[in-house]
Design a protein around this ligand. Structure first.
Ligand SMILES: Cc1cc2nc3c(=O)[nH]c(=O)nc-3n(C[C@H](O)[C@H](O)[C@H](O)COP(=O)(O)OP(=O)(O)OC[C@H]3O[C@@H](n4cnc5c(N)ncnc54)[C@H](O)[C@@H]3O)c2cc1C
Length: 241
């Protein structure tokens, strides 16, 4: 297992961070404990599976010298349209993709595999640059004050670009066309998430009413709001049954 972990460090360094140089102290010579060829093969496969799972990159599938996979047009950026609570949460989720997991971070830290500042960068910056587009002049207006403060710290740390007073006009095959202060601009992206609002979808109500079954509608099925509203309405509905 120890051998497997050392291999994993090496794989991380070679494939994930694409570090141009490997210093002498990063090198490990195998077999270090006289293990059999069979054991070494098993360790290698274990390392390969672990590194592939952690990085989402399979070096066995890549042609030599090939760059990491990119979307058409070479963009690795994503846009979230709508800077309400749902948009901010989604932007954070997308920006987190490709960052180090807690386990990987601890492993690399305790093995002194990278400098602390580099680990911070790898833990906080993902593989996609995310831009959050909001047409009003502030982001996360519908989030409670303390939660919003914490989320805005996360947004900054993740390097999410916030564009307020910016209206999305059109989504093309490789970009989002936006307008800010009358100025039109195209932002190249390979992913777009629409978080521009929600409305109730409740076809069951009509079907039940048709059969004269009494119905009470509560929560987001009535009007999208907060969890508290749904719970409160559910409680009130329960008392009426
Ligand atoms: C990304 C996001 C973040 C949010 N963050 C917060 C927050 O921080 N704080 C807060 O207070 N609120 C938050 N909300 C709002 C909150 O989640 C909702 O207001 C709340 O969940 C509404 O509760 P509900 O029971 O009405 O609907 P839901 O929680 O959506 O539950 C409805 C359930 O019914 C199921 N369902 C639908 N149709 C059928 C069917 N035909 N048969 C069986 N099951 C069916 C669905 O699968 C779903 O599980 C957030 C919402 C989103 C989308």
């Amino acid at each position: 297992m120890c051998c497997a972990r050392r291999f994993a460090v090496l794989l991380f360094i070679l494939f994930f961070y694409a570090a141009p140089e490997v210093s002498a102290q990063d090198l490990f010579v195998f077999p270090s404990r006289g293990q059999s060829n069979e054991q070494m093969q098993r360790d290698r496969m274990e390392c390969h599976a672990w590194a592939r799972q952690q990085t989402g990159f399979d070096p066995f599938q890549a042609s030599p010298g090939a760059p990491p996979p990119q979307a058409a047009g070479g963009s690795t950026a994503g846009a979230v349209i709508g800077g309400g609570a749902v948009g901010v949460e989604t932007a954070l989720l997308l920006a987190d993709k490709g960052t180090l997991s807690g386990d990987a971070l601890k492993f690399l830290l305790v093995n002194h595999a990278e400098a602390a500042e580099d680990l911070y960068e790898l833990a906080s910056r993902g593989t996609k640059q995310i831009v959050l587009l909001e047409m009003i002049d502030s982001v996360g207006k519908d989030i409670g004050r303390s939660t919003r403060w914490a989320m805005m710290q996360d947004v900054k740390r993740a390097g999410i670009e916030m564009r307020v007073a910016t209206r999305a006009l059109e989504i093309t095959a490789s970009s989002v066309r936006v307008e800010t202060d009358g100025r039109i601009e195209e932002i190249p992206v390979d992913t777009v998430v629409l978080a521009a609002g929600a409305q109730a979808f409740n076809p069951l109500q009509k079907a039940l009413e048709k059969r004269r079954i009494p119905v009470q509608v509560v929560g987001d099925a009535k009007t999208p709001a907060k969890a508290f509203d749904a719970i409160h309405q559910g409680f009130a509905a329960g008392r009426n049954v």
